[in-house]
Design a binder for this molecule. Structure first.
Ligand code: ATP
Length: 313
């Protein structure tokens, strides 16, 4: 007797990680408005969950402490991802997307990109499309520079605008604490401030003056070796000065984390979240506690990376 066909899923939920840039080197402003990057991404264990449920008309809801800061209309990156996938397959994007957000919003941890990557995978499975991974990654790149990495997870070197990914080998888990700030920073504002500071310093924002960004061999070796001390000596973020210029109080957060025992502290991406590297899970828990009580951040979250990319749960 043949088995009855399985009923199509009504809801698909995908978990998708935040990222920290262990190296973010920013080249000079190009004529097209973008900066060439050497961007070493590490996915870390703070996750958003994206649920896609069959619906008559498109709908989007958001939960989590920062839900009020997330656009709930067509402009939401997750809604755009669903529309793009539906358009490519010539179908209606009739889906209810629910974003359970744990990644800080506008925090420099690619929360919106994570939701876009999660929505693509969740809708693909809900609609039974089974789009090949390479095609999904190409759609991710259309949605934004950080979206392919959110989809892929692990660790990777991003070149171009950050979207041309080369997966990287990582020799062990790295322990981190993320100090979440009150309020976000706009990524375009931080890039503009970076250009302004470079011009004021006389290093210029034109492509002639700023060296072509390249990945640090020492940093890649530290990742391969799973060596936190070596990684701490090589982490670097070219956007940090700009984020500190726009949000001077972040200097106090960085000092508090270093005083609490971090091997290194840096602004995550365009900020304002600050990332601290620790030698092990126990010291991460202690540093998170010290940061929470320091009054220099809204919350401090211990976690580790590399974390897997978008995963159906
Ligand atoms: P990145 O690190 O990639 O520069 P970010 O982590 O600093 O990004 P996001 O959390 O992605 O910032 O939010 C940036 C802006 O994008 C928000 O202020 C919000 O207006 C908009 N946005 C659109 N869709 C989403 C989404 N699903 N989640 C969060 N923000 C979104």
């Amino acid at each position: 007797m043949s088995q009855p066909a399985a009923a199509p899923a009504r809801t698909v939920t995908v978990r998708v990680p935040a990222k920290v840039n262990v190296q973010l080197s920013v080249g000079g402003l190009r004529a097209d408005g973008f900066h060439p990057l050497a961007n070493v991404f590490l996915a870390v264990g703070l996750y958003d969950s994206v649920s896609a449920t069959r619906a008559e008309t498109p709908r989007l809801t958001v939960s989590g402490p920062d839900a009020a800061l997330v656009p709930q209309d067509r402009s939401n990156l997750a809604a755009r991802a669903a529309r793009l996938l539906a358009q490519r397959h010539g179908i209606e994007a009739a889906v209810h997307l629910h974003l359970a957000k744990d990644i800080p919003v506008a925090g420099g941890m690619a929360g919106g990109s994570a939701d876009a990557a999660g929505a693509l995978l969740a809708c693909d499975r809900l609609w039974g499309l089974d789009t090949p991974r390479e095609e999904l990654l190409a759609l991710c790149a259309e949605l934004g520079s950080d979206v392919p990495f959110s989809f892929a997870g692990g660790a990777a070197l991003g070149q171009g605008r950050g979207e041309v990914l080369t997966p990287l080998e990582v020799g062990g888990d790295f322990h981190w604490v993320f100090a979440v700030a009150d309020g976000g920073l706009s990524t375009p504002d931080v890039y503009r401030e970076c250009d302004r500071l470079r011009e004021a310093e006389g290093t210029g924002s034109a492509d002639t003056d700023v060296p072509e960004p390249v990945a640090s061999e020492a940093l890649l070796a530290a990742l391969r070796g799973g060596d936190p001390q070596a990684l701490a000596a090589t982490v670097h973020n070219d956007l940090q000065a700009a984020a500190l210029s726009l949000r001077p109080a972040l200097a106090e957060t960085l000092t508090a984390g270093l005083e609490a025992g971090a091997l290194a502290g840096l602004v995550s991406g365009s900020g304002p979240t600050c990332a601290f590297l620790l030698p092990d899970a126990d010291s991460a828990a202690r540093t998170a506690h010290a940061l929470t009580t320091s009054g220099t951040c809204r919350a401090a979250r211990p976690t580790s990376g590399p974390a897997p990319g978008a995963t159906v749960v």
